[in-house]
Write a protein that binds this ligand. Structure first.
Ligand SMILES: N[C@@H](CCC(=O)N[C@@H](CS)C(=O)NCC(=O)O)C(=O)O
Length: 327
């Protein structure tokens, strides 16, 4: 099997790389257009028009799958799933022969980079998931998950399966400031913090990432000891953004990315909180632990040379969480 190694910094802007200090730097997303309900952006929300390219392993793509599911947009926005194995030379690939993966049913290509190059033949920045594709104008609308989830939250309300799903708002006006404040430290320290720890190539870069990560988890633990969710009594975008990292933590990040100061299982409030969200109808269907474990452990050969996938841990996400009665 070809060795997949993340590229060193070579001066190319817009690519995720290891910088000169041995620290992981995630790229900026390149496509930043918006789908709007009224079409004023040039991309009108319509059923059947938009398509998501995702990896079931990827936490950023996972956010979009959760929003699509909770808002009842399964029949409105189609999805293709790439192979869990990522070769950093060739990038994400479609391989329907693997369980849970699909071909590219929209553009019929073999590699995701070909989708990017349909839009920009000279594209040489990071080829990432998720990608929101417009079948009508045949272009990438957006490849930044934090923006795609906002569109799914508010712009497709005319097409949600049920009235209840239409009413669901994970970024309500009155909580926006609190949600933004939370996202601002959770993203660098936790969501991206696990990657910065795992891809560090110097002790210094690792130490900095892992200390920031566990300080932030302690802060989360303290918040969740007082209230059911991150900004109060209702589930918001901030919880969804954190959940996708927490659900992968003990199975992957704890050992594979050397984030082993504590497990999520060891936090008296965070662990029940993860189970609380896991048990929301629809969420479990968005999680594929086989894709998650195999992707990280078999793709990152620079940190797991032989691609051996760990057997454990056995986690009971369905154990009662009790947080509905406590708060
Ligand atoms: N900012 C992007 C980040 C997405 C991202 O980095 N996705 C990873 C998968 S977890 C990816 O596609 N990486 C491909 C690569 O680095 O070659 C977002 O949140 O949408």
């Amino acid at each position: 099997m070809e060795k997949a190694v993340r590229p060193e910094y070579d001066g190319t802007p817009g690519r995720s790389v290891i910088d000169k200090k041995g620290a992981f730097q995630r790229s900026q997303s390149a496509f930043r257009n918006w789908v709007t309900a009224d079409g004023s952006s040039g991309f009108k929300a319509q059923p059947g028009r938009y398509h998501l390219y995702v990896s079931l392993a990827c936490p950023w793509a996972h956010r979009t799958l959760i929003l699509r599911k909770l808002k009842g947009l399964d029949d409105v926005i189609s999805v293709n799933v790439v192979d869990w194995l990522l070769n950093f030379e060739t990038g994400w690939e479609f391989n329907e022969k693997r369980d849970g993966c699909t071909p590219d049913t929209v553009n019929s290509v073999k590699y995701l980079k070909e989708v990017y190059r349909k839009v920009d033949p000279d594209y040489n920045k990071s080829v990432t998931v998720p990608v929101l594709w417009d079948k009508e104008t045949k272009t990438i609308v957006n490849n930044e998950s934090s923006e795609i989830i906002r569109m799914l939250n508010s712009e497709f309300n005319d097409f949600c399966k049920t009235e209840e799903q239409k009413q669901l708002d994970f970024y309500p006006e009155n909580l926006r400031k609190s949600i933004d404040d939370i996202n601002e430290w959770i993203y660098p320290n936790i969501n991206n913090g696990v990657y910065r720890a795992g891809f560090a190539r110097t002790q210094e870069a690792y130490d900095e990432a892992v200390i920031g990560l566990f300080d932030a988890l302690d802060k989360v633990e303290s918040i969740l000891s007082k209230q059911r969710y991150l900004v109060g009594s209702s589930l918001t975008e901030a919880d969804i953004r954190l959940f996708v990292t927490l659900v992968r933590f003990d199975s992957v990040y704890e050992q594979h990315f050397k984030c082993n100061k504590k497990r999520i299982l060891d936090y008296p409030n965070i662990w029940p909180y993860v189970r609380d969200i896991y048990q929301i109808p629809g969420i479990a269907e968005t999680i594929n632990m086989e894709h998650i474990k195999k992707h990280y452990m078999m793709s990152h050969r620079s940190i797991n040379q032989y691609g051996i996938v760990c057997i454990g841990p056995d986690l009971d996400f369905m154990a009662p969480h009790g947080r509905d009665k406590k708060y």
